[in-house]
Design a protein around this ligand. Structure first.
Ligand code: ADP
Ligand code: MG
Length: 338
């Protein structure tokens, strides 16, 4: 008799949880993405003990229809794509239908939600099992609480508990999401202390001010560039105000924050010789493109992406930064021709 068997779904989800929800900040990221995909305009994040005790996210988005309750924690169950064709032109932040299944496999989750055409519903899910579904409170949007993260994965629990950096990572995730979505208001409260608040009025410079402070925003220079495939818009901060690492170069593609070394290097290059040695700029840049030109399905956390016209894009970005520095008369015209 053969020895291969298909694992039961609770184990499947625990395995994929290892990739999707690596740590508390990745849970926060996934939940924020869901709120944004649900067209939320106001999102509040409450964190206790770096997310190990509690992560709660309250949004005013579309909510979840009560009849979708049983599918919410099922892997590859999503409302965002329905065909192979959709996979190659993704506009939403989520599409894999994996986050809630993964989180539900390694934590205890309560969801209180209401869709405009459905009934308010309360759902409780623990360690891969639906514990309860009952009528909920009458309130448009979704209120989701995660407790006891990694309670049933002892090695991960021990590893994360020993980290001192987790709150910093959560702040970073919320900041980056807020800068990629200036039309959404974000509030972050860590152990009863408000750590971040953006107005969500659509003004990117004001969002930068809310996050990095007034002085950074005052020294921000607008950049804009466009070709047949890409439209770049955002701000770079004058080189006198700089940082010692690359983390302040915020790049989003169709409002998805991404990590891309080549693109951040293009920003640095655009500053020509203006930055001191080993210093990096502050920048907040969104690149709009046809979703067909970017593959976001190369990494479970969807933070690394692949571009089909990478060289052209890098060139456009470098030039856009350079041009903005020229306008500020920081770089004379003859300095560099690229
Ligand atoms: P994905 O985002 O890839 O679709 P998730 O596991 O993150 O997968 O979420 C599963 C589904 O649950 C989503 O497709 C969406 O329909 C619904 N959902 C999750 N969170 C929210 C929310 N905050 N508001 C509305 N719907 C939500
Ligand atoms: Mg999602």
């Amino acid at each position: 008799m053969g020895t291969i068997k298909v694992l039961e779904s609770a184990i499947q989800n625990k395995i994929s949880a290892g990739e999707v929800v690596e740590r508390p900040s990745s849970v926060v990221k996934e939940l924020l993405e869901n709120s944004i995909d649900a067209n939320a305009t106001e999102i509040e994040v409450f964190i206790e003990e770096s997310g190990m005790k509690k992560i709660r996210i309250v949004d005013d988005g579309d909510g979840i229809h009560h009849t979708d309750g049983p599918l919410l924690f099922q892997r590859h169950a999503t409302s965002k794509i329905s065909s192979d064709y959709d996979l190659f032109q993704i506009r939403s932040l989520g599409f894999r239908g994996e986050a809630l299944a993964s989180i539900g496999a390694v934590a205890k989750v309560s969801v209180e939600t209401k869709h405009h055409s459905g009934d308010p519903v309360f759902i409780r899910f623990e360690g891969g099992e639906l514990m309860r579904q009952s009528p909920g409170k009458e309130r448009q949007g979704t209120d989701i609480t995660i407790t006891d993260l990694f309670f049933n994965t002892p090695a991960r629990l021990k590893y994360i508990r020993s980290l001192k950096t987790e709150s910093g990572k959560i702040i970073d995730v919320v900041q980056k999401m807020a800068m990629a979505h200036p039309k959404v208001s974000f509030r972050l409260v860590l152990d009863d202390q408000q750590r971040l608040m953006t107005k969500g009025n659509g003004n990117l410079k004001e969002t930068m001010s809310d996050i990095y402070g007034l002085n950074v925003a005052r020294n921000a220079v607008e950049i804009q560039a466009q070709d047949a495939d890409f439209r770049i818009h955002g701000f770079v901060v004058r080189p006198e105000i700089n940082r010692s690492n690359r983390n302040y170069m915020n790049i989003s593609v169709n409002q998805r924050h991404i990590k891309n070394f080549a693109l951040s290097q293009s920003i640095v290059k655009g500053f020509h010789t203006l930055l001191p040695k080993d210093k990096y700029p502050i920048a907040v840049i969104d690149i709009e493109m046809d979703p067909k030109l970017v593959d976001v399905n190369v990494h479970p956390a969807k933070i690394e992406v692949k571009f089909s016209k990478e060289r052209e894009l890098n060139h456009l970005l470098e030039n856009a930064v350079l041009e903005s520095m020229r306008k500020e008369v920081l770089i004379p015209d003859v300095a560099k021709k690229i």
